[in-house]
Design a binder for this molecule. Structure first.
Ligand code: SER
Length: 323
């Protein structure tokens, strides 16, 4: 009986990394769904892009005591732990990336277990795979030998999530996100970011200088699908979750060349110039297409946006966004 009252009392949601590309849109969606007063957003520092209406608290996920105080003070029952450094930035600062991505996650998992937080969401990534993975139609269970520090932290993080579930019964849920495409917040330091930056050049009437090769194929997803997937996964009955590391997840797979062609159907004079750099080498160790049938079976995952619909939405929304 006390457990029931405890669950009612600890009913707020904490989002870490809420100023990031995924965090800002996921926080807004959660606030619509659960009410602005029920979502506490946090990041290491406040940004101008902050979603409005929700309470912001500065929180460094490397400070475990601060996490603990936050969870108790705000009666947190669910956490979306998004604070992390991405793949390209990670290669510039390997040690800091490992520290933030790994110790931030373990700090959070420990506090959530100790304070009986009901559910935790944590994003993994296609970066958890590597060059010995089957890169076409990548299965859920396969060789995983990531070559970036970001990818190593994601694979290790998946195993820590599974460990906390098996050892302590902590309800941690996770998705291996493909590249995320959005118009509201810019991404920060990822290999898949070309698929966002390309739209900004196209809308400015400029050619885009692409850091991936014309034929480098990666799985991608429009942001509203990414947000939908996280919220749906968190609402599935616990018994239906069969994957406690992280679910494969995808929407569509594209190359920079194909994305350019799709943009040209709206902006015919648009052009891309290819200057592949180290990020192209990273991308070539990641899946080209993904088998996400277990997510589709377990909790009914369906994406809404394919390539053409995503491109039309990005162009329409960016055209309406003031510079
Ligand atoms: N979008 C991420 C990156 O490019 C991968 O999860 O780093």
């Amino acid at each position: 009986m006390y457990q029931r009252y405890y669950a009612i009392y600890m009913n707020k949601i904490l989002v870490t990394g809420a100023c990031g590309q995924l965090g800002s849109e996921l926080s807004t969606a959660l606030a619509h769904l659960k009410g602005v007063d029920n979502v506490i957003i946090s990041d290491i520092r406040q940004s101008n892009e902050l979603p409005s209406g929700m309470q912001f608290i500065p929180l460094d996920v490397l400070d475990q005591e601060a996490i603990d105080k936050t969870i108790q003070k705000y009666h947190i029952g669910q956490v979306y732990h998004l604070a992390a450094m991405l793949s390209a930035t990670g290669e510039q600062q390997p040690r800091n990336t490992w520290n933030l991505n790994m110790n931030g996650l373990i700090n959070l998992l420990e506090v959530c277990q100790q304070r009986s937080v009901e559910k935790v969401f944590w994003p993994s990534s296609i970066a958890a795979f590597g060059s010995h993975t089957q890169l076409v139609d990548t299965p859920q269970f396969t060789i995983m030998d990531p070559e970036t520090v970001y990818g190593i932290s994601k694979l290790s993080g998946e195993l820590w999530c599974e460990y906390f579930h098996a050892r302590f019964g902590l309800d941690v849920r996770s998705l291996r996100y493909p590249g995320l495409i959005s118009y509201k917040s810019p991404p920060g330091g990822g290999t898949t970011d070309y698929a966002v930056a390309i739209f900004h050049s196209a809308l400015k009437g400029e050619a885009y200088q692409c850091f991936l090769g014309e034929n480098t194929r990666l799985p991608m997803m429009y942001m509203s699908d990414a947000v939908k997937a996280a919220i749906e996964l968190m609402s599935v009955p616990k018994k239906d979750i069969s994957i406690h590391t992280s679910y494969n997840l995808t929407a569509f797979s594209i190359t920079p060349g194909e994305l350019t062609t799709a943009i040209q159907t709206h902006i015919p004079e648009f052009n891309t110039i290819y200057k592949p750099d180290f990020r192209d080498l990273i991308a070539k160790t990641w899946p080209q297409t993904i088998d996400d049938s277990i997510a589709r079976q377990d909790w009914g995952w369906r994406h809404d946006y394919g390539l053409d619909r995503m491109v039309a939405e990005m162009i329409r929304n960016l055209a309406l966004t003031p510079n």
